[in-house]
Design a protein. Sequence first.
Length: 456
Amino acid sequence: MGDNRVKVRVIQGPMAGSEFTFGEHDTLIVGRDPKCPINLPKDPCVSRHHLILEVCPPEVRLRDLGSRNGTYVIPGSTQSGTTRSGLLRRVDGDMELSDGDTIQVGETVLHVSVKGEAQTTSRRCQSCGRDFQTRELPKGYRPAVCPDCVVTTPGPPPADAESHDDDAQDTVRSLEALAHAGYQIERELGRGGMAIVYLARRPGEPAVAVKTMLPRHVPDARAAEMFLREMDLLKSLHHPNIVRLHGARRVEEVFCFEMEYCSGGSVGKLAKRHQGRLPLRETGMVMLAALNGIAHAHSMRMVHRDIKPENILLHRDEQGTYVKVCDFGLAKNFDKAGLSGITATGVVGGTLSYMPREQLLDYKHARPVCDVWSAAATFYHLLTAAYPREVKPGMDPVRAVLESQLVSVRERGVEVPVAVSDVVDRALSLNPEQRYQTAADFRAALEGALKSGGVL
């Protein structure tokens, strides 16, 4: 990311003088909730969780979280915070911010300073038809209208032809990089928002899974080197329930990760083949094994940050079936190096469904207790085909993480022993201090509940 920096300064209101400086991917939430970094409890015009600023220097994006009284932006205004007639615009959904923009929330005014430059691309406004320049955004997200037509359309972006073009481009670049690295591709195993996984091999060597990840922007040399160095440390993470990382390298703009191949695919795909639900005994055995691997990582002071059914894999051979957790540290290190671009306010609804509230409120400092919540949410989803939160129709997914209440697993119409339901409910507590603090604690409690309930 070079010397890119973003500074958000409160220039008017109760917290005037406060500054927040970002040199890496992070989020900043404004609202009346005491846990919001910018907390405005006495402003009647501010909602509990009013807006989120996501920063990946030099990118800044604002999302209004469905606030009652709105969020307003003055493009390119001065640090005095004075409102110039005709320039104050209400934000509907998401908005990209630039150096010098100010944000008005109730009585509070924030000033945004950006150091550095992001790559831009030309888009055609769907409202006025004019071409305008915008920063590159995560795959699948396309601004609908230009800043003069009030930023973007509210809510998640519609799929369009350009997203399919992106998929095709990413596939070509990934295959070219793997060929350059000497791999022979057998087939594609799966793909997500920023990655494609292939079954591949080098001549005379066993098959491996190779994950390719394309940064949202061309990375500078320092960011790429930092990311690869962090990932290289994960090669020392050896455990029967963790997918082994053999190595990581960069081929032009593509990052390639060679990993142990798990022939059974993900637990998420297995559940989909069974109408989204797995039996309690099978789900319990999968989670106990996965928690073994997660507990080992916690003992080495590593936090996963992205536990979900797609990151729990199955490997089958003549001796049986093995459960393995993949992608330890991958999301965190990719974010930290500034390679992921904007994600929390982008198209990551699935991942948000497994994210605890405090991980969004304090994005950089995820603790093992965050993995406990995500693992419990994974168990819950595999068992019920539902998510732990009760989300109102049309509710912003970020706001849902911050405000939605939980539904006990026993209320989802699945037969679960009370002891098991109690353990899962505790692991999903909104208060992290009331949860099991590590994966080892959660595993011990879950195993005991499954045995006492006659499941194991």
